[in-house]
Write a protein that binds this ligand. Structure first.
Ligand SMILES: [Zn+2]
Length: 308
């Protein structure tokens, strides 16, 4: 029999471990090493308010909102080896990328064409095995397409498709030449060094270059649905526990302009295929109507397009 009290005392976040004993036993908690995030990863401020909390990998995470820049971030990073293993197992399936993300890729290609008809080069951050990369080569035959990913295995697979690759976390792209378009689809919320990553992205764009992000647009919903959380709450409704950040439109508009981008534009994104059902379709089409009438993006996921 494991001594769950010892585990709760060692793992992060359990100020009253005795409250969590039954939960830890039911979920078979394991000891997980961690690094506390004491300062805002964007502006280094230490003042914040708590949005809510959740359990992930036997660790009690809190989601905090920085009082200075407005970024919402989790207050602890679990063992990088545990995270790396999780991602190596979770996101390798080409079928997942091809099937589930097909509509997202099509929308991304339309957006690139809208903002730059003949890009000299496109860098895709977190591009995995290069499924979108392959389509980009087909759509833009005269463009240099580079795939960046944290997984060695994914980059090797992208190379076999004829793509140039750069393996590592986003800040390493410092060493790549300037790009016309940088894509970061559903990846920015995994990046531990957020400020460094955004600066690296900005510096790797040529003048008038375009950054296209895809991220969840659930800041309002998460705050609304979790405001009465209890001390023993283990889930943050609508928040994906893998994510390190929750980006609001207000935070992005203010801080990315301060970073140097000339414009920051929000656009509704199509949904992942697995998330499509009657209710989500209804919400999606309702949000498109709202966007057409008011230019407000209330869709559960959004594209953010920034011009340097
Ligand atoms: Zn901050």
């Amino acid at each position: 029999m494991q001594d769950y009290l010892t585990i709760l005392n060692k793992n992060y976040g359990f100020k009253k471990p005795e409250y969590w004993l039954q939960f830890a036993s039911a979920k078979r908690f394991k000891e997980v090493s961690f690094k506390e995030v004491k300062f805002c990863p964007y502006c280094n401020s230490s003042t914040n308010t708590k949005i809510g909390q959740f359990i992930y990998y036997s660790t009690l995470h809190s989601l905090l909102e920085c009082s200075s820049c407005g970024l919402s971030y989790v207050d602890v990073l679990i063992d990088p080896q545990v995270r790396q293993k999780h991602f190596e197992n979770a996101y390798k399936s080409e079928e997942y990328f091809r099937e589930e993300r097909d509509d997202i890729f099509k929308q991304t290609i339309c957006l690139i064409k809208k903002f730059n008809k003949n890009p000299q080069s496109i860098l895709e951050l977190g591009g995995a095995t290069g499924i979108l990369g392959e389509s980009l080569i087909r759509e833009f035959p005269n463009t240099l397409v580079i795939i960046n990913d944290i997984s060695n295995e994914a980059c090797t697979s992208a190379q076999s498709k004829g793509l140039r690759t750069k393996v590592g976390a986003i800040p390493i792209i410092k060493k790549i030449e300037k790009n016309s378009v940088i894509l970061a689809l559903d990846v920015l919320y995994y990046e531990e060094n957020l400020k460094e990553s955004l600066l690296a992205i900005y510096n790797n764009l040529e003048p008038d270059g375009v950054l296209i992000l895809r991220i969840p647009n659930k800041s309002f919903l998460i705050k609304l649905f979790n405001k009465n959380q209890k001390d023993i709450s283990d889930k943050l409704i609508f928040f994906n526990p893998e994510h390190l950040y929750l980006f609001s439109q207000k935070y992005l508009a203010k801080n990315l302009k301060e970073l140097g981008f000339k414009s920051v534009e929000f656009l509704p994104s199509v949904l992942l295929k697995k998330k499509i059902n009657i209710l989500s379709q209804f919400i999606y089409y309702l949000s498109l109507t709202v966007f057409k009438l008011t230019s407000k993006v209330i869709c559960p996921a959004m594209f953010v397009v920034m011009k340097k």
